[in-house]
Design a protein around this ligand. Structure first.
Ligand code: PLP
Length: 377
């Protein structure tokens, strides 16, 4: 494998450099101010993030995994319950369900958008854990909004709560509405590589349900309603002031950076259209893809990957195994419907380089390398 070509700059560092002076100033302001936990910066970020998503409430927490866990706990979902979730996701989606005490039921994905398939959810409801299903965690994987309309109809009929895992989709929209506002509640991660990334860990929950927001606020800090008095059982999962201050500065660039991701994806689309071994990412009607990752499919993925890596083009698999194929979480597959599309996708996916501040030359270099692939002739 060759060294990474210098055109492929590292995203979180580029993101930092663009706003270096403002970020350093904001960090210094927090440090000088002396209020480090749950102060004005977190409050202001929560207000701004809720407004950005188009909902009434946002609650800052320590990371995206906790955001999912606290959302479930806030809804009273836990031990004995089951949550439908795609197996084609970051393992964190499932680890959070387990932390809440519930079991995952893996649901298959659509081969074009990689998002959860409503007919597979129907199959899960008829399956051995169907009676225990309480919620659906729809993951907007790679930045593509899940089919929330198709899922909502089933959830309503079956009495399930529909939730969003928005960790990869800041800025994506469905019929003009931003993710984070499309279901009962949504969880976000601000891990440094995300579309909106902190300089460390961070996460948030968004919801229009004031009661749910209040319960999650209690749970994130030991279950306190008043200081030192736990009204319910809780944990420690707070977004800290430093990260909130930095996120507020980065949030200013989010709309532009998502547009830039979309423009670079369009360049890939134009440059790779008709390639015999590359299927480009599909975008379902009514959706704006936020392109956290630009994932192609190829039946000759491994050969393509080796070819690109040999030229110093940093490609990767997100992810090399579906969650139900990983030993730590394989046990829950027995109560899940067939996952054939998930398994086919896992063998064919390849993430091409993409971040908002990548040059068009870097994209063109990748396109040229794919077009010049000798195996393609
Ligand atoms: C789809 C998805 N869900 C949840 C998470 C968890 O976020 P975090 O790493 O902040 O805990 C991530 C990020 O890793 C993710 O990609």
């Amino acid at each position: 494998m060759a060294a990474t070509h210098p055109l492929f700059t590292a995203y979180p560092v580029e993101d930092f450099r663009r706003r270096e002076a403002a970020l350093l100033e904001a960090a210094a302001g927090v440090m000088r101010g002396g209020h480090y936990i749950l102060g004005g910066e977190v409050e202001r970020f929560e207000t701004e993030w809720a407004a950005w998503c188009g909902v009434g409430h946002a609650i800052g927490v320590a990371n995206g995994t906790d955001a999912i866990e606290l959302l479930l706990r806030g809804l009273g979902i836990g031990l004995g319950d089951a949550v439908a979730v795609p197996s084609h996701t970051a393992v964190a989606s499932i680890s959070a369900i387990r932390r809440a005490g519930a079991d995952p039921v893996y649901v298959d994905v659509d081969p074009a958008s990689f998002t959860l398939r409503p007919d597979s959810l129907e199959a899960a409801l008829r399956g051995p854990a169907g009676g225990r299903l309480k919620a659906v965690l729809a993951v907007h994987i790679y930045g593509h909004p899940a089919d929330l309309e198709g899922l909502a109809a089933i959830c309503q009929r079956a009495g399930l709560v529909l939730l969003e895992d928005g960790a990869q989709s800041h800025g994506a929209t469905l019929h003009g509405r931003r993710v984070g506002s499309l279901a009962r509640g949504a969880a976000f991660s601000f891990y440094p590589t995300k579309n909106l990334g902190a300089i460390g860990d961070g996460g948030a929950i968004t919801t229009d349900d004031a009661g749910l927001a209040e319960r999650i606020r209690e749970i994130r800090q030991y279950g306190w309603r008043e200081r030192y008095l736990s009204a319910v059982e809780g944990v420690n999962s707070r977004l800290d002031e430093l990260q909130a201050a930095l996120l507020r500065i980065k949030l200013v660039d989010l709309a532009e950076s998502v547009e830039r991701r979309q423009a670079l994806a369009a360049r890939y689309r134009a440059g790779l259209a008709g390639h015999p071994w590359v299927a480009l990412p599909a975008v379902r009607q009514g959706c704006r893809h936020a392109f956290h990752l630009h994932v192609i499919r190829s039946p000759r993925r491994d050969e393509l990957m080796a070819h690109l890596l040999d030229q110093g083009i940093p490609v990767a698999r997100h992810y090399p195994a579906a969650v139900h194929q990983q030993p730590g979480y394989a046990g829950f597959a027995a109560q899940s419907p067939p996952l054939g599309e998930t398994e086919r996708a896992v063998a064919e996916i390849l993430s091409l380089p993409l971040h908002p501040w990548l040059s068009v030359e870097a994209i063109d270099l990748t396109i040229d390398a794919l077009q010049a692939w000798p195996g393609g002739g």
